[in-house]
Design a protein around this ligand. Structure first.
Ligand code: ZN
Length: 231
Protein backbone atom coordinates (compact mmCIF):
# COMPACT_ATOMS: atom_id res chain seq x y z
CA UNK A 1 0.00 0.00 0.00
CA UNK A 2 1.25 3.47 -0.81
CA UNK A 3 1.74 5.76 2.13
CA UNK A 4 -0.73 8.58 2.41
CA UNK A 5 0.74 12.00 1.73
CA UNK A 6 -0.73 15.10 3.27
CA UNK A 7 -0.34 18.84 3.25
CA UNK A 8 -1.33 20.30 6.62
CA UNK A 9 -2.42 23.92 6.66
CA UNK A 10 -1.89 25.29 10.16
CA UNK A 11 -4.34 28.08 10.91
CA UNK A 12 -4.34 30.35 13.92
CA UNK A 13 -3.24 33.87 14.77
CA UNK A 14 0.34 34.92 15.49
CA UNK A 15 1.17 33.67 18.98
CA UNK A 16 -1.17 30.67 18.81
CA UNK A 17 1.79 28.28 18.85
CA UNK A 18 1.67 27.13 15.21
CA UNK A 19 5.42 27.58 14.83
CA UNK A 20 6.21 25.52 17.94
CA UNK A 21 3.80 22.75 16.93
CA UNK A 22 5.30 22.70 13.43
CA UNK A 23 8.83 22.34 14.83
CA UNK A 24 7.75 19.41 16.98
CA UNK A 25 6.01 17.67 14.03
CA UNK A 26 9.18 18.06 11.98
CA UNK A 27 11.20 16.50 14.77
CA UNK A 28 8.80 13.66 15.64
CA UNK A 29 7.28 12.80 12.24
CA UNK A 30 10.08 13.85 9.89
CA UNK A 31 7.77 16.25 8.14
CA UNK A 32 8.90 19.37 6.31
CA UNK A 33 7.66 22.92 6.52
CA UNK A 34 7.29 25.20 3.57
CA UNK A 35 8.96 28.57 3.99
CA UNK A 36 8.46 30.68 0.89
CA UNK A 37 10.94 33.22 2.31
CA UNK A 38 13.70 30.62 2.59
CA UNK A 39 12.84 29.17 -0.83
CA UNK A 40 13.17 32.61 -2.43
CA UNK A 41 16.56 33.14 -0.78
CA UNK A 42 17.82 29.73 -1.93
CA UNK A 43 16.74 30.34 -5.52
CA UNK A 44 18.43 33.75 -5.55
CA UNK A 45 21.64 32.38 -4.03
CA UNK A 46 21.80 29.45 -6.48
CA UNK A 47 20.96 31.79 -9.37
CA UNK A 48 18.26 29.52 -10.80
CA UNK A 49 15.89 30.81 -13.52
CA UNK A 50 13.25 31.45 -10.85
CA UNK A 51 15.86 33.05 -8.61
CA UNK A 52 16.84 35.50 -11.34
CA UNK A 53 13.21 36.53 -11.83
CA UNK A 54 12.67 36.97 -8.10
CA UNK A 55 15.87 38.99 -7.83
CA UNK A 56 14.74 41.18 -10.72
CA UNK A 57 11.31 41.74 -9.13
CA UNK A 58 12.86 42.69 -5.78
CA UNK A 59 15.45 45.01 -7.34
CA UNK A 60 12.81 46.81 -9.40
CA UNK A 61 10.63 47.20 -6.32
CA UNK A 62 7.86 44.94 -7.60
CA UNK A 63 5.94 42.24 -5.80
CA UNK A 64 6.93 38.68 -6.59
CA UNK A 65 4.05 37.43 -8.75
CA UNK A 66 1.71 34.70 -7.51
CA UNK A 67 2.52 32.56 -10.54
CA UNK A 68 6.23 32.71 -9.77
CA UNK A 69 5.55 31.68 -6.17
CA UNK A 70 3.28 28.84 -7.30
CA UNK A 71 5.91 27.54 -9.75
CA UNK A 72 8.52 27.60 -7.04
CA UNK A 73 6.26 25.92 -4.46
CA UNK A 74 5.20 23.21 -6.94
CA UNK A 75 8.84 22.32 -7.68
CA UNK A 76 9.62 22.15 -3.98
CA UNK A 77 6.57 19.99 -3.16
CA UNK A 78 7.40 17.43 -5.84
CA UNK A 79 10.97 17.14 -4.57
CA UNK A 80 10.07 17.00 -0.86
CA UNK A 81 7.21 14.49 -1.19
CA UNK A 82 9.85 12.00 -2.36
CA UNK A 83 11.30 11.97 1.15
CA UNK A 84 8.37 12.72 3.50
CA UNK A 85 4.67 12.03 3.97
CA UNK A 86 3.76 15.33 5.59
CA UNK A 87 4.25 18.97 4.73
CA UNK A 88 3.23 21.87 6.92
CA UNK A 89 2.07 25.19 5.60
CA UNK A 90 2.09 27.99 8.17
CA UNK A 91 0.90 31.42 7.08
CA UNK A 92 -0.03 30.19 3.62
CA UNK A 93 -2.64 30.35 2.15
CA UNK A 94 -3.40 33.73 3.68
CA UNK A 95 -6.05 34.80 1.18
CA UNK A 96 -8.81 33.12 -0.82
CA UNK A 97 -6.83 33.72 -4.02
CA UNK A 98 -3.89 31.83 -2.54
CA UNK A 99 -6.20 29.04 -1.33
CA UNK A 100 -7.55 28.67 -4.89
CA UNK A 101 -4.01 28.61 -6.27
CA UNK A 102 -3.06 25.91 -3.76
CA UNK A 103 -6.10 23.80 -4.69
CA UNK A 104 -5.26 24.11 -8.37
CA UNK A 105 -1.61 23.26 -7.74
CA UNK A 106 -2.52 20.10 -5.84
CA UNK A 107 -5.14 19.04 -8.40
CA UNK A 108 -2.78 19.47 -11.37
CA UNK A 109 0.36 18.07 -9.73
CA UNK A 110 -0.59 15.19 -7.46
CA UNK A 111 -2.98 12.24 -7.69
CA UNK A 112 -3.00 11.35 -4.05
CA UNK A 113 -2.12 14.26 -1.81
CA UNK A 114 -4.66 15.31 0.80
CA UNK A 115 -5.09 18.86 2.01
CA UNK A 116 -5.78 18.92 5.76
CA UNK A 117 -6.81 21.97 7.72
CA UNK A 118 -5.95 22.38 11.37
CA UNK A 119 -6.83 25.38 13.47
CA UNK A 120 -5.15 26.23 16.78
CA UNK A 121 -7.71 27.91 19.00
CA UNK A 122 -6.48 30.39 21.62
CA UNK A 123 -8.58 33.21 23.10
CA UNK A 124 -7.54 36.76 22.19
CA UNK A 125 -6.57 37.85 25.68
CA UNK A 126 -4.23 34.89 26.02
CA UNK A 127 -2.61 35.83 22.70
CA UNK A 128 -2.14 39.43 23.82
CA UNK A 129 -0.58 38.16 27.02
CA UNK A 130 1.75 35.79 25.14
CA UNK A 131 2.88 38.27 22.50
CA UNK A 132 3.50 41.11 24.93
CA UNK A 133 6.17 38.91 26.54
CA UNK A 134 7.65 37.84 23.24
CA UNK A 135 11.23 38.40 22.11
CA UNK A 136 12.73 37.69 18.71
CA UNK A 137 16.32 36.92 17.68
CA UNK A 138 17.64 40.02 15.91
CA UNK A 139 19.61 37.90 13.46
CA UNK A 140 17.53 38.17 10.27
CA UNK A 141 18.43 34.69 9.12
CA UNK A 142 17.36 33.16 12.41
CA UNK A 143 14.42 35.11 13.89
CA UNK A 144 13.78 32.45 16.53
CA UNK A 145 10.96 33.40 18.89
CA UNK A 146 11.26 33.48 22.70
CA UNK A 147 9.12 34.33 25.67
CA UNK A 148 10.30 35.67 28.99
CA UNK A 149 7.13 34.52 30.72
CA UNK A 150 7.78 32.35 33.76
CA UNK A 151 7.28 28.65 32.95
CA UNK A 152 7.28 29.26 29.23
CA UNK A 153 8.95 26.52 27.18
CA UNK A 154 10.19 29.33 24.96
CA UNK A 155 12.38 30.95 27.62
CA UNK A 156 15.96 31.47 26.34
CA UNK A 157 18.57 29.42 28.20
CA UNK A 158 20.93 32.33 28.84
CA UNK A 159 19.73 35.88 29.54
CA UNK A 160 18.66 37.70 26.40
CA UNK A 161 20.68 35.56 23.98
CA UNK A 162 19.37 33.29 21.23
CA UNK A 163 19.70 29.53 21.95
CA UNK A 164 20.29 28.80 18.27
CA UNK A 165 22.77 31.46 17.16
CA UNK A 166 23.57 33.36 20.42
CA UNK A 167 22.75 36.70 18.83
CA UNK A 168 20.77 39.20 20.92
CA UNK A 169 17.00 39.10 21.44
CA UNK A 170 14.84 42.15 20.79
CA UNK A 171 11.20 43.06 21.29
CA UNK A 172 9.15 43.97 18.30
CA UNK A 173 7.42 47.30 18.78
CA UNK A 174 4.28 45.87 17.20
CA UNK A 175 4.07 43.27 19.95
CA UNK A 176 2.70 45.93 22.32
CA UNK A 177 -0.80 45.09 23.54
CA UNK A 178 -2.72 47.61 21.42
CA UNK A 179 -1.01 46.69 18.17
CA UNK A 180 -1.38 43.00 18.97
CA UNK A 181 -5.16 43.52 19.20
CA UNK A 182 -5.06 45.40 15.89
CA UNK A 183 -3.09 42.61 14.19
CA UNK A 184 -5.51 40.02 15.55
CA UNK A 185 -8.45 41.89 14.03
CA UNK A 186 -6.77 41.90 10.61
CA UNK A 187 -5.78 38.25 10.97
CA UNK A 188 -9.30 37.12 11.83
CA UNK A 189 -10.82 39.05 8.92
CA UNK A 190 -8.59 37.08 6.52
CA UNK A 191 -9.16 33.85 8.38
CA UNK A 192 -12.94 34.21 8.18
CA UNK A 193 -12.69 34.53 4.38
CA UNK A 194 -10.62 31.35 4.26
CA UNK A 195 -13.01 29.50 6.58
CA UNK A 196 -15.94 30.51 4.36
CA UNK A 197 -14.05 29.35 1.27
CA UNK A 198 -13.30 25.91 2.73
CA UNK A 199 -16.82 25.60 4.17
CA UNK A 200 -18.25 26.11 0.71
CA UNK A 201 -16.17 23.12 -0.39
CA UNK A 202 -17.43 21.21 2.66
CA UNK A 203 -13.84 20.84 3.79
CA UNK A 204 -13.55 20.16 7.54
CA UNK A 205 -11.30 22.28 9.72
CA UNK A 206 -10.02 20.30 12.71
CA UNK A 207 -9.71 22.35 15.88
CA UNK A 208 -6.97 21.94 18.47
CA UNK A 209 -7.10 23.68 21.84
CA UNK A 210 -3.92 25.76 21.82
CA UNK A 211 -4.11 27.05 25.39
CA UNK A 212 -2.22 24.12 26.92
CA UNK A 213 1.49 23.33 27.04
CA UNK A 214 3.21 22.47 23.76
CA UNK A 215 3.40 18.79 24.74
CA UNK A 216 -0.34 18.61 25.33
CA UNK A 217 -1.10 20.50 22.13
CA UNK A 218 1.07 18.01 20.26
CA UNK A 219 -0.70 15.08 21.96
CA UNK A 220 -4.12 16.39 20.92
CA UNK A 221 -2.87 16.86 17.38
CA UNK A 222 -1.36 13.38 17.25
CA UNK A 223 -4.61 11.92 18.62
CA UNK A 224 -6.57 13.57 15.80
CA UNK A 225 -4.14 12.16 13.22
CA UNK A 226 -4.11 8.63 14.67
CA UNK A 227 -7.89 8.54 14.81
CA UNK A 228 -8.18 9.94 11.31
CA UNK A 229 -10.13 12.89 12.61
CA UNK A 230 -8.41 15.36 10.31
CA UNK A 231 -9.99 14.87 6.93
ZN1 ZN B 1 19.12 33.42 16.61
Amino acid sequence: MKEEKSIYVFMGPPGSGKGSLAKLCIKKFGWYQLSTGNLCREHIEQRTEIGKQIDFAIKSGKLISDSLVVTMVREWLIEIFDVTTGIILDGFPRTVAQAEALDALIATTFDSVNLKLVKLVVPNEEIVDRLSGRYICRNNRCQAVYSLRINSVLRPRIGLACDECSDGLVRRSDDEAESVRERLKIYYAHEQDLVNYYRKQQHDIAQVDGTHSLDRVFESFEYLINHRMIT
